[in-house]
Design a protein around this ligand. Structure first.
Ligand code: PXL
Length: 277
């Protein structure tokens, strides 16, 4: 059985980061080890959240794992709270990254043209460095712009996205760069990618859901990694992830839930497993 490790926070309530990655990737038949960077009462989009930083646990946990020769098929990072956490993750890549280890980075830090609360303008530069030593990165459009010093556009076309993909590839990412949540065509939202190894661009889109829910980027990234580790190609994995994310949003719309709580992906898991077979 494959084993991955995911390094991100535990937001106890409000489905995102580890409370999304662990159930989804496990359900996809992959052992999912967690390295929690902080425990928050909720993610940071609720007001008044509590946060216990666990940064000082990252090195001791890594050292213990090393001493027992633990190894991982993939290292998956999501929301990281500070530049110093990013530095520790870089060290983790050095310690546990072998040639065949997939380093998968979701630079979760911003959306809709803005950094999330709590980050300052120096943060994207550091995240861009982490993306530069990754194999696959999956920023949304805002994160892609922030990491490449590109102004977030009011409107754009496919040529703009291709140029942005090349700027991302120039960070140094080894295998593929992917931008999510791209609306280059009215009423549609899509995924645009560039395969660094073959020099090929690819994209696909689907109908844009009218509501935008918290945590969907984390769901998309988790399913993509789970599908890759099940032996699917990158494009197929991204398509499986996009379908799962859209179906989860549809399920949530039915339940008329507050968008901050995240999406109801749980009832869609059986269908996801069928897609893998
Ligand atoms: O979904 C991204 C995310 C993860 N973890 C925490 C967050 C956010 C986005 O706001 O606040 C703590």
């Amino acid at each position: 059985m494959k084993r991955i490790v995911t390094i991100q926070d535990i937001s106890c309530l409000g489905k995102c980061s580890i409370t999304v990655a662990l159930p989804i990737i496990s359900a996809m038949g992959i052992e999912t080890v967690i390295l929690p960077t902080a425990v928050l009462s909720t993610h940071t989009q609720f007001s008044g959240f509590t946060c216990a930083d666990l940064e000082n646990q990252i090195e001791p946990i890594s050292k213990h794992w090393k001493s027992i020769n633990a190894d991982f098929d993939a290292i998956y990072t999501g929301y990281l709270a500070s530049v110093s956490q990013i530095e520790l993750v870089k060290k983790f890549f050095q310690t546990f990254g072998k040639d065949e280890t997939l380093r998968f980075v979701d630079p979760a830090m911003a959306d809709n043209g803005k950094l999330y609360a709590g980050f300052d303008d120096s943060f994207p530069k550091s995240m861009a460095e982490l993306c530069g030593i990754a194999d696959i990165i999956v920023p949304n459009l805002t994160e892609a712009c922030l990491m490449t010093d590109t102004e977030y556009p009011d409107s754009y076309d496919e040529a703009f996205i291709r140029e942005l993909l090349l700027k991302l590839a120039a960070l140094g990412t080894r295998k593929a760069v992917v931008i999510t949540g791209v609306t280059a065509e009215a009423g549609k939202t899509g995924v645009y990618g560039y395969n660094v190894q073959t020099g090929e661009f690819f994209n696909f889109s689907h109908k844009k859901e009218s509501s935008s829910y918290h945590g969907t980027g984390d769901i998309f990234a988790s399913v993509t990694l789970g599908a890759l580790e099940n032996g699917n190609s990158l494009e197929k994995s991204l398509k499986i992830a996009a379908k799962f994310t859209v179906d989860s949003i549809k399920e949530t719309v039915k339940n008329d839930k507050d968008k901050t709580y995240g999406v109801d992906f749980e009832p869609v898991i059986p269908e996801l497993i069928k897609q893998l077979a």
